[in-house]
Design a protein around this ligand. Structure first.
Ligand SMILES: [Zn+2]
Length: 408
């Protein structure tokens, strides 16, 4: 018998694992927590045994299967990194200038090419090509530590970068850049672009009337653009939403005002089909500063995803990931990450190239599932990834999430 459970019963079993017992009581009851942990471990082990038996050639998904599947081809991947401050102690949005230098060296020695934001936008508009592994460096807000600490590093290493500043902040207090700083940066070829007038949430109308809201949006999108262009003598064509917050109304207005690129803080990489007006960025905070290698995924591995499919909405915290590596097929050290966390319960069959893993999350989240390995023929790291959405019932969200507290 090749399978101990068919697909449907395995799915039912997952649901039963999660619904057994009232998870809402877990927070207050340590004894119950211990029982739940043991229970989950037992179920996961059983599920793994099942997966292990399941990973036979007959279980490999074929193109003529009726089961839905999606091929993630190898393709150019571009990440936009977003930094804020440098050498400011006890600040989650600050890293050291030495760490920035380390990032640049690591990127370059691992085959990533740092390209200007405009090159990426040209690529997304179909005007040019970019290297298969591209990174864009952006820095937000307009802090003086960028001018004093980061710029010397970026200048010395000849790194193209974009500075997104909000105009109400410039020249105000010792923590901010002055207009003279920005003029000097522009003179040396730094791309200074718009990060709003007041760093407000553009998507929140609040108590404003419709007319007041439109006037507010014009000030944040247009008045700030005109001030930057007037003071710096440059063309402003890119906008980084404060906090990454936007709405279709905000986006449409920004496009009508002449912006070619609109940037959020959703961490997904750009590919050829990405719109330059919905460009994600990875915010590098102090807790992520040593995880660059885990964050940047090369889409150099061709993968056939069986489940869960890209952007599938999942209602249960434990799911079975199944996919098949198409090329290159000779791999070693196959591993899987959810976000930056490595999944340990993995089975990879090198004969069939099928990978199965039990993935476990504890609260609603958007996560990228990343398959990584070493290509045996070249010795190089290869990877691919896709995003899935966990939307768990409220009662199961017993793990707290920290609300955003600082500028993004
Ligand atoms: Zn900001």
């Amino acid at each position: 018998m090749k399978k101990t459970l068919d697909e449907a019963s395995r799915r039912k079993w997952c649901v039963w694992v999660l619904c057994a017992g009232c998870v809402a009581n877990l927070q207050a009851n340590t004894s119950l927590q211990k029982h739940a942990a043991v229970f989950m471990a037992q179920q996961t082990a059983a599920l793994q045994r099942d997966i292990s038996q399941d990973a036979t050639p007959a279980a490999v998904p074929k193109h003529n299967t009726t089961r839905p599947w999606v091929v993630l081809p190898a393709e150019a991947t571009a990440y936009v990194l977003c930094y804020h401050q440098f050498d400011v102690p006890n600040n989650r949005y600050s890293i050291s200038a030495a760490k920035l230098a380390e990032h640049i060296d690591w990127l370059r020695s691992n085959g990533w090419e740092i390209v200007p934001l405009e090159t990426l936008v040209d690529f997304l508009e179909g005007r040019t090509d970019i290297p298969l592994k591209s990174v864009v460096i952006t820095i937000d807000d307009g802090y003086a530590s960028v001018y004093r600490r980061a710029w010397p590093v970026l200048r010395k290493k000849r790194v193209p970068w974009t500075f997104f500043v909000y105009t109400d902040f410039i020249g105000v207090g010792s923590a901010a850049c002055t207009w003279a700083h920005l003029q000097e940066l522009v003179k040396h070829g730094v791309n200074v672009q718009n990060h709003s007038k007041s760093h407000a949430f553009l998507n929140i109308r609040g108590e404003r009337t419709e007319q007041q809201y439109i006037e507010f949006l014009y000030a944040e999108l247009l008045q700030s653009k005109q001030e930057l262009e007037r003071r710096l003598g440059t063309k402003v064509w890119a906008y980084a939403y404060p906090y990454g917050a936007w709405s279709t109304q905000v986006r449409d207005l920004a496009v009508s005002l002449g912006y070619r690129a609109l940037l959020t803080v959703d961490p997904q990489p750009a590919k050829a089909t990405t719109s330059p007006t919905a460009l994600g960025r990875v915010v590098i905070t102090s807790d992520l500063q040593d995880k660059l290698a885990e964050i940047l995924c090369e889409r150099t591995l061709e993968v056939e995803v069986v489940e869960p499919l890209p952007h599938q909405i999942l209602r249960q915290p434990v799911v079975l990931v199944r996919c098949r590596v198409i090329s290159p097929s000779a791999l070693q050290s196959v591993r899987i990450h959810v976000g930056v966390h490595k999944v340990v319960s993995l089975h990879y069959d090198s004969q069939t190239c099928e990978l199965s893993a039990v993935v476990h999350v504890v609260h609603s989240t958007s996560q990228r599932i990343t398959i990584e390995a070493e290509d045996l023929s070249t010795g190089r790291k290869v990877a691919n990834s896709w995003q899935v959405e966990w939307r768990l019932p409220q009662v199961q969200e017993f793990s707290s999430r920290q609300p955003p507290t600082a500028n993004q």
